[in-house]
Structure formats: structure tokens, C-alpha cells
Design a protein around this ligand. Structure first.
Ligand SMILES: Nc1nc2c(ncn2[C@@H]2O[C@H](COP(=O)(O)OP(=O)(O)OP(=O)(O)O)[C@@H](O)[C@H]2O)c(=O)[nH]1
Length: 374
């Protein structure tokens, strides 16, 4: 294992030890960003840095995460945190640590398709181990859409299996009996987890943060066992090369996903999920977009999110689709209007979707040029 001395000197000057870290994981659209916003809004006096990793080429989340006083958010570029991001994650955490005077807590939001274990191992198995303290993994579950077999997703299983705290979120959308049976199924996978029922992630922060539920000893034992079974060479940037962590991480990937390290982006098609990202500086025609949603959007699009601009509206519209449910909320534009939309699903026909979305575009109406909507 490479020692910490090989990392950047400035990073090693960081005196901060044991920065508490919470990893928020959970399937696509389960409510991770909503939970994050709940935490950020209610953390009185605690300066929290946020690392966000998103699935899809356009980072919509950085628009959706509430801004606190200090610029505390670092967006990790598109990628699977499990493989591509390992170095970026280490780098990003260093950046946070370097801001020693301001940060008390770190929250990492993974993509909905990430296995949280490699993320945890990045904290435990690299030089970050000495500077951070993994507090817990929080798994957000969409109580309405949750199904382990539906997506045949390894990641979805892993998210439950490694959750220290599991939020049965969207409790408002299902009845009590469904929540009870969901809880039983989840306990089958993860005995002993702290299970809380939430609406919009609204759990008391004392039950979520600084709880000390992550047991690293257990992980090292499990992972050491796994790493005995494979020999894995992986090209991490030399300054952060740490094969104890790397082997562990990618051993899991290899076994689970038949993973090819020369094609990291392929791994993003995790469990068959891919994303189509769409951006335009032209507005949508609202009727055409409605037609797209009602008649064209295939059922294999499981998740969509967008910041939408309609020619007919002066407002900025926040669009979400999770499962079959979609919502459109509005607020004010603070920058020049444009359209950003990400569609995520299994077996998507990228070309068809792109051309359908494109055909919803229209030329901005003349009235807009005269000031309407500005
Ligand atoms: N009814 C209901 N809707 C919720 C709840 N929590 C979140 N939502 C909605 O679910 C949608 C997805 O929430 P997000 O917080 O963006 O989910 P996410 O897990 O961050 O999504 P990805 O990062 O794309 O995987 C949004 O429209 C939320 O407003 C809840 O408890 N009840």
C-alpha cells in the first residue's frame, strides 16, 4: 500500500482528522437529493460540505440542491463512483479537507445506480482513512417503487445490504400495510439496520448524522476475504494508488458486473441502465411536450429530471419522473432560460428519444423577445 507521503503535500498539511462522513445512497429517484436538502436546511451551525455524483451527462442536481451561505458543493463529474470516480472522490475530499476552517461534516450523495461499498472503501482503504471518519451509510428507499427483482439490479441490492440507516421514504404514497411488508423484506436483507419511515426525507437529524453506526472492522474482514479471490490490476492515478482499496472495490465490480476497465463508460450502463441527456437554448412548446409525456415516453424510462423552459411560461419548471409518477414544479429563472433534461432507463432507444424530445422544441415566441417571461 502506498503511504500518505506520496499524496500531494498540501493535502498532507491538512490538520483536520476524523471529518465525519455520511454516504447517502438509494435507487434512482428515491429521494436522495430531497434528503440532502432537508439536512442542509436544518443543520444549524454545522457547516456541511456536499459531494454529489450524478448519473447522466448534465448535472441537474447542482441546480436542485439548495445553496447554503458558503459555496459548499462539489459536483463529481459524470461517472460511476464505483470505478471512474475513485480518484476524483479522493481529490474532492481533499479539497474539502483543505477548507479546514469551515467544514464540520461531509455528505456524499451517490448516483442511484452506485454500489455504496466501493465508495465506503475509498474512505476506509485509502489515505483518507486517517482524515475522515465514516459515520454511516444512509439508504433512501422509494416505498412506492421499491422492488429488488423489478430492475434485476445488483446496485439496488447492495444499497440495502450496506445501509446502516434505511429510510422508507415516500411513505405518503403507500399505506401502512405496504410499509410493514416492505420493512420485513428489507430486514431480511439487512438485519439490524435502523429503519425509519419518512416523507421527503424528514427524519430528525439526530437520527441521521453523527450516529456512529458504520462498523469499519466488519468491512475489512469481509473485503479481505473477497480480495483473496481475485487478482486485479487497475490504473488509478499513481498519486492515489492504493491497491488494498482498489482491489476490494473492483473485485466486487468484476464479479458482479463482468466489468471491463478499459471501458469505464460501459460500466455506467450498470444493470442495463443508460441515460439520454438533452440540452437546448430553445423552449419547448408545452402541448408538444405534454404529447411526448402522454403518448411517446416509453415505460422503460424509469427516471427523468429536468429544468424546463416552456415558450408559454415565464417560469422555470422543475420536472421529475420516478417510476410512473411525474411532477412539474415552478420557480423563477435566475439565469437565462434554457432546457435541460436527463432520461434514465433500461434498454432505451437513444436516437428515438432524442428526436422525440427535439421535436417538442419551438422557436421562442415574439412576445418573449419583448420581455414576456424575463
Ligand atoms: N410524494 C413524495 N415525493 C417525494 C418524496 N421524497 C422525494 N420525492 C419526490 O421524488 C422525486 C425524486 O426525488 P429526488 O430527491 O430528486 O431523488 P434522487 O434520489 O435524488 O434522484 P436521483 O439522484 O435521480 O437518483 C422528486 O420529485 C421529489 O420531490 C416523498 O417522501 N414523497
Amino acid at each position: 500500500m502506498q503511504t500518505a507521503a506520496t499524496s500531494s503535500t498540501s493535502a498532507m498539511d491538512v490538520p483536520k482528522h476524523g471529518l465525519p462522513v455520511t454516504i447517502i445512497t438509494g435507487f434512482l429517484g428515491s429521494g436522495k437529493t430531497t434528503l440532502l436538502n432537508h439536512i442542509l436546511t436544518n443543520q444549524q451551525g454545522v457547516k456541511t460540505a456536499v459531494l454529489v455524483n450524478e448519473f447522466g451527462e448534465i448535472g441537474i442536481d447542482n441546480e436542485l440542491i439548495i445553496k447554503t451561505d458558503d459555496d459548499n458543493m462539489v459536483e463529481l463529474s459524470n461517472g460511476c463512483i464505483c470505478c471512474t470516480i475513485n480518484n476524483d472522490l479522493v481529490e474532492a475530499v481533499y479539497k474539502v479537507l483543505e477548507r479546514q476552517d469551515s467544514i464540520d461534516y461531509l455528505v456524499v450523495e451517490t448516483t442511484g445506480l452506485a454500489d455504496p461499498l466501493p465508495v465506503a472503501m475509498t474512505f476506509l482503504g485509502t489515505e483518507l482513512r486517517d482524515m475522515t471518519r465514516l459515520d454511516s451509510i444512509i439508504t433512501v428507499v422509494d416505498s412506492e417503487n421499491f422492488s429488488l427483482d423489478l430492475f434485476n439490479s445488483e446496485a439496488a441490492y447492495s444499497q440495502i445490504a450496506y445501509g446502516d440507516i434505511i429510510l422508507l421514504n415516500k411513505a405518503d404514497l403507500v399505506d401502512e400495510a405496504d410499509l410493514d411488508s416492505l420493512e420485513v423484506r428489507i430486514r431480511d436483507i439487512k438485519e439490524g439496520a435502523r429503519i425509519l419511515r419518512t416523507v421527503k426525507g424528514q427524519a430528525p437529524l439526530a437520527a441521521l448524522l453523527s450516529v456512529g453506526l458504520f462498523e469499519s472492522d466488519k468491512y475489512f474482514a469481509e473485503e479481505a476475504e473477497k480480495s483473496d479471490h481475485h487478482d486485479h490490476a487497475h490504473a488509478h492515478a499513481p498519486e492515489h494508488e492504493d491497491h488494498s482499496a482498489c482491489d476490494h472495490d473492483h473485485g466486487k465490480c468484476e464479479h458482479d458486473h463482468d466489468h471491463d476497465h478499459h471501458h469505464h463508460s460501459n460500466h455506467l450502463e450498470n444493470d442495463g441502465f443508460t441515460s439520454v441527456s438533452f440540452e437546448s437554448d430553445r423552449p419547448f412548446n408545452i402541448r408538444k411536450f405534454q404529447h411526448f409525456l402522454d403518448n411517446q415516453l416509453p415505460t422503460n424510462v424509469f427516471r427523468a429530471k429536468g429544468i424546463l423552459w416552456f415558450d408559454e411560461s415565464p417560469k422555470r419548471h422543475i420536472f421529475h419522473l420516478s417510476g410512473k409518477r411525474f411532477s412539474l414544479d415552478d420557480d423563477q429563472w435566475v439565469s437565462t432560460p434554457k432546457n435541460q433534461l436527463v432520461l434514465i432507463g433500461q434498454g432505451l432507444d437513444h436516437e428515438a428519444l432524442r428526436s422525440q424530445v427535439e421535436s417538442c422544441l419551438t422557436v421562442p415566441s415574439v412576445s418573449r423577445g419583448k420581455g414576456f417571461g424575463k
